[in-house]
Design a protein around this ligand. Structure first.
Ligand code: SAH
Length: 236
């Protein structure tokens, strides 16, 4: 099969493609630039009630996704020849970055495991080499929304998905800085004008202004993104 292959293991396959069936990613899906393959974990349950979870060993609240059921679902989706990385959405995982997104897009696709309940039996995470990935320091009710966020970030970078290739390269994080502010018509809105430099026609001055703004915003909001030495020098 051609196109970037996204296999998503979930208890809610109807959530996919969901929002990814719209706009940029929806058109890319129609064009076959990526493929959406939701796999229902419940199809791999073996008892007559199609049970996928059980109580935590050691006691405590909630339920845990069973290793045997999820293990079978993974093996049926991704065989030994499949070189795609296997990611599990998890608040315990490494925070997702634009750098990791670019790496994932450069490959053939991804196998994504969406957790539910308290989480997933650790033995399947270890036994199937699942790379835990977080989309932020907060708890979602399930991995599906996190998977959609990860896929959205990847799909827009697949070659041919974005009209103007350049628009992907000027975003926040791509140069280690937050993006500068944008303006468009009308020239005056509720008494507020557009910074004069942007309408001056002086392209070098516009570039300088944007870079200075990007550095200012990054210092204010995300000093952690700037290098220890204080980050990129201002152009002024
Ligand atoms: N008890 C777990 C949270 C379970 S939330 C803990 O404290 O770590 C249920 C599922 O939602 C998780 O298995 C995971 O797949 C998904 N999830 C929740 N928050 C997430 C986040 N910030 N990033 C990625 N996935 C998340």
């Amino acid at each position: 099969m051609s196109g970037w292959q996204a296999s998503i293991l979930t208890l809610y396959p109807d959530m996919f493609p969901g929002p990814l069936g719209h706009s940029l990613s929806g058109r890319a899906l129609e064009k076959g630039l990526w493929n959406c393959d939701p796999v229902n974990i419940r199809d791999f349950a073996t008892d007559k009630h199609r049970t996928v979870d059980d109580t935590p060993a050691g006691g405590g609240a909630g339920m845990v996704l069973r290793a045997d059921v999820l293990g079978k679902a993974i093996d049926a989706t991704s065989n030994a020849q499949d070189t795609r990385p296997r990611l599990m959405m998890s608040p315990r995982g490494k925070p997702l970055t634009q750098h990791r997104v670019r790496e994932l897009v450069a490959g053939l696709g991804v196998v994504l495991v969406c957790g539910r309940f308290e989480g997933v039996d650790q033995r399947v995470i270890d036994g199937r080499n699942l790379e835990e990935v977080s989309i932020g320091d907060y708890i979602l009710s399930g991995g599906e929304v996190a998977a959609i966020a990860l896929l959205d970030a990847c799909i827009r970078l697949i070659p041919g998905v974005m009209g103007a290739q350049a628009s992907g390269e000027d975003e926040s994080f791509e140069h280690g800085l937050l993006e500068y502010p944008h303006y468009t018509r009308p020239a005056v809105w509720e008494g507020a004008t557009i910074p004069a430099v942007l309408t001056s026609g002086d392209h070098a001055a516009v570039e300088r202004w944007r870079r200075d703004q990007a550095i200012r915003l990054t210092r204010e909001r995300r000093p952690d993104l700037l290098a220890d030495d204080g980050g990129p020098a201002t152009s002024s």
